[in-house]
Write a protein that binds this ligand. Sequence first.
Ligand code: ZN
Length: 242
Amino acid sequence: MKIALISDVHGNVEALQSVIATFAHYGVEQVIFLGDIVGYGANPNECIELLRGMSDCSIAGNHDYAAVGKTDITYFNPHAREAILWTAEVLSTDNKRFLAALPLMASRQSSIIVHSAPRHPELWDYIISPSDARTNFGNFSQQLCFIGHSHHPGIFMLDRSGGLCYKEATSVTIEANTRYIINVGSVGQPRDGNPLAAYGLYDTQAREYRLIRVAYNIARAQEKILAAGLPRFLAERIAAGY
Ligand code: ZN
């Protein structure tokens, strides 16, 4: 089974459409969504509708809950707050209902998915350092944990003897005696210095994970952000990938 793991779309429908257009080429059979379909970008409703039509499993990100008043936005930076207030105004009632009903986590036999971190997912902590990862490995029992949230793709690995390492690697073969926390990066607002849309592709038979990068019409997404009256910084950052 080939599974696409997509996260942090943030209302960028140009990026999402270009990502979806690659699915046939890679033989994607299932789509799992790791949160933050809205916030920052100009097309939250369109992104939700695409997601609803294709996702086999979806969970909430902090921006999804913020847009429907389910999480506090006082800690959001001013650009994020402005964007989420705009998003809350333009979302359809039906799409708001969809966001409000998303769970914080989902688990399968050998993996869990969560937007931020398995330990208290409702606090939206980041897993950035090896010590963040070590703490969180204690909060799930499966071999694999897929996350988003930081918009930085990367892989934390914990071996049987307790050795932990981090790789900004774009691919990994899943080994029997190792556990993994894998950040799949961001579709709609990458922050790793590479503006191309990112998503994870996991082949459950071959036990191979890889990061896919996809070019999309950034200029069009920027024009829409500006036309919507959203902060200029949000248009600039998607071209720079930060
Ligand atoms: Zn995000």
